[in-house]
Design a binder for this molecule. Structure first.
Ligand code: ADP
Ligand code: MG
Length: 288
């Protein structure tokens, strides 16, 4: 039989924007001492607007560059990709045909355009391949920057901006009041990560994390004695969600993440997690 407390909590949680997949997850929620959020689409809106386009190779104009990048990104579901495609559409650029499209999970995308191999990738990918980031890549603001490689050569970059979610600050503060340390792990650059961390008053931040490193973030905190909850949305997040004491898949994420998770955060709202933790603690207090 399903224990009454689990039945009640599951019903209440469904109203609160949470789907509990693992019956013990609710009980575990009250033990959480470290919460690791992903950034894009969870702490932030995940709605990117293009702020700057930079062409580094001589000769090529900006429209041609953006057309090429958008043609590639049209095949991707990533919020960064959607921001780039929106920009190209606004400028009424028609997009060339591409072939051999491939998604490099958590790192970027690649395809063949006009016989050339084009990649749009993260700062972590550049680092991993020993490619120096251009000096001017990061402006004064906290921007997300993706880099364009054509036949292995850095051809330019696109800078984008996202917004912190309205309720993230409240969620973080309340978790901290419940004695939980709040962290963020992101594949995005250090500058954006630090800006979000400082705005939200986070206890720590892991930036430029490659997908295969996300599981190490969880292990690292566990080694320090923490009982770790982690959110994730991608295929690449599944190992980290499995390693976490409580794995939380965000609503818009992939099936793989959802299948691995203990909890599904239906509306991707961080306050829904805060509610769960507060509710979990209150419920068990009553039972004792
Ligand atoms: P986050 O860690 O913020 O959730 P992801 O794991 O989804 O981000 O992706 C990590 C990084 O990989 C992004 O910040 C971006 O630099 C790069 N990336 C992923 N998908 C794409 C894409 N379609 N186009 C360009 N860059 C991408
Ligand atoms: Mg992600």
């Amino acid at each position: 039989a399903i224990p009454l407390v689990v039945a009640i909590s599951t019903a209440i949680s469904a109203q609160k924007g949470l789907l509990i997949r693992n019956r013990t997850a609710f009980e575990e929620a009250r033990k959480i001492t470290a919460m690791v959020f992903d950034k894009t689409g969870t702490l932030t809106e995940g709605e990117f607007g293009v702020t700057r386009v930079k062409v580094l190779t001589g000769g090529a104009d900006e429209a041609a560059f953006l057309r090429m990048v958008a043609a590639l990104e049209q095949q991707s579901q990533h919020p960064i990709a959607q921001g780039i495609v929106r920009k190209a559409k606004k400028r009424k650029l028609d997009l060339p045909a591409i072939s051999n499209f491939q998604s490099i999970t958590g790192k970027g995308v690649s395809a063949t355009i006009d016989g050339k191999q084009v990649l749009v990738v993260s700062p972590g990918y550049l680092k991993e391949n020993g490619i120096e980031q251009p000096q001017d890549a990061y402006g004064s603001g906290a921007e997300t920057v993706v880099f364009v490689l054509v036949d292995g050569q850095l051809a330019g970059y696109v800078a984008l901006a996202d917004k912190i979610r309205e309720d993230s600050k409240d969620a973080v503060r309340r978790l901290q009041e419940a004695g939980i340390k709040v962290y963020m792990a992101t594949g995005d650059n250090r500058k954006v990560a630090d800006a979000v961390a400082s705005e939200l008053g986070l206890d720590g931040v892991y930036a430029e994390v490659l997908p295969e490193q996300k599981v190490n973030v969880v292990k690292d905190l566990q080694k320090q004695g923490a009982f770790v909850a982690m959110t994730g949305d991608g295929v690449n997040d599944a190992p980290a969600l499995a390693q976490a004491n409580v794995g939380i898949a965000v609503g818009s994420g992939t099936d793989v993440a959802a299948e691995t998770a203990d909890i599904i955060l239906v509306n991707s709202k961080p306050t829904d997690i805060t509610n769960l933790v507060e509710f979990g603690k209150a419920t068990y207090r009553k039972m004792i």
